[in-house]
Design a protein around this ligand. Structure first.
Ligand code: PGA
Length: 256
């Protein structure tokens, strides 16, 4: 089982080859933190080049199709991400759920396809502002995770090492408005309970990340909070200068 904190940068639809210089700088510094697992999920166009450019960090896709091949113009299969050099894929990001109409069932199918072909998965869930203000955040997120978690022997073999869950409140993403630490702790406890209900003891070891406006100033408080196993970082992962303090905040002493 991996208990290392997991710090993942999601570049979203940002970056051309020019941004590989930042990835190299991130990789060089990440190598000094062997106790922290660091990864970047660049746009699909950069996966192969990023794989070549780095050695200490993981490389991931931001989405995949649930089918392995076929007439799905513009989509990318999990096996193609793997072939391009990815180690993992993010599924169920709120920008996919909202902007591309992805239901829990679709997200689940994508997670299963990715795990079955040997990729790791970061599965995202999170409530909207209206859901939080209405007092329904925990019910909504519990329903999302129950509907999205991969099932079946092929997908769930080795789940604690290969699956991570990211709690990303929609209203905290890209807004500069970070969730209160006590709300993060409470939601992570809900997610832990659902993971154990789904996977038994293996569910105890699945890392649960927080995402939503994580930056150098708030990372330490979030990463120290009970049940927080890492961070999924958007805007602050685009430069080494912004991302590396978040890696350092995961608490490990760097080696020379
Ligand atoms: P943000 O994005 O850090 O820019 O808020 C997080 C995410 O969407 O994963």
């Amino acid at each position: 089982m991996s208990t290392r904190p997991y710090i993942v940068g999601n570049w979203k639809m940002n970056g051309t080859r020019a941004l590989l210089a930042e990835a190299r700088a991130i990789d060089r510094s990440a190598a000094r933190y062997p106790g922290i697992q660091v990864a970047l999920a660049p746009p699909a166009t950069l996966i192969a080049a990023l794989r070549e450019a780095v050695s200490a960090i993981g490389v991931g896709g931001q989405d995949c199709h649930a089918e392995a091949k076929g007439a799905f113009t513009g989509d990318i299969a999990a096996v193609q991400l793997k072939d391009a050099g990815a180690d993992f894929v993010i599924v169920g990001h709120s920008e996919r759920r909202a902007g591309h109409g992805e239901s829990d069932a679709i997200v689940k199918a994508k997670a299963e396809a990715a795990l079955e072909c040997g990729l790791g998965v970061i599965l995202c869930v999170g409530e909207s502002l209206a859901e939080r203000d209405g007092g329904h955040a925990e019910t909504i997120v519990a329903r999302q995770i129950d509907g999205s978690l991969p099932q079946g022997d092929a997908a769930t073999a080795g789940v604690p090492e290969r699956l991570a869950v990211a709690y990303e409140p929609v209203w905290a993403i890209g807004t500069g408005r970070v969730a209160a630490v006590e709300d993060v702790v409470a939601m992570h406890a809900v997610l832990r309970e659902r993971l154990i209900a789904a996977y038994g003891d293996a569910g105890k070891d699945v890392r649960i990340l927080y995402g939503g406006s994580v930056n150098a100033s708030n990372a330490a408080a979030l990463l120290e909070a009970e049940g927080v196993g890492g961070a999924l970082v958007g805007g602050a992962s685009l430069t080494a200068e912004a991302f590396l303090p978040i890696v350092a905040a995961a608490g490990d002493e760097p080696v020379d």
